[in-house]
Design a binder for this molecule. Structure first.
Ligand SMILES: [Cu+2]
Length: 119
């Protein structure tokens, strides 16, 4: 019961910030596939459009990583066992830094990307 309550709070927090974790992408929404591996995200530049829903679909090719874009309220684990999908509706334009926030080895600090939201 306690775990369920935590999950609901986490989902509500993500929704309030304009992102949510999904089990499957909604039909007709832009899906951007991103691969995580030591020590990079491919692509390292993700382009979104302000006000347009999109799903970032993350896969790890080696072990556990994180994907965090604090300015857009995005923070998820990326593991080899499953695809992690984050739905985002950007509410502001700009260029926002993204990074791995799960220590993954000597190149961890260089594991960065950027999310560009165009107006
Ligand atoms: Cu890392």
């Amino acid at each position: 019961m306690a775990i369920r309550r935590v999950l609901i709070v986490a989902t509500m927090t993500a929704a309030a910030l304009g992102s949510a974790v999904l089990s499957a992408p909604p039909p007709d929404e832009q899906v951007i596939a991103v691969t995580a591996k030591k020590w990079e995200f491919v692509p390292s530049r993700i382009v979104l459009h302000k006000g347009i829903p999109a799903v970032i679909e993350l896969r790890s090719l080696d072990h556990k990583h994180g994907f965090a874009v604090p300015d857009l309220g995005i923070r998820v684990d990326v593991t080899p066992e499953k695809v992690t999908r984050v739905r985002v509706v950007p509410t502001k334009s700009g260029t926002f830094p993204a990074h791995c926030d799960v220590f993954c080895g000597e190149g961890h600090e260089d594991m960065t990307a950027e999310v560009v939201v165009v107006p």
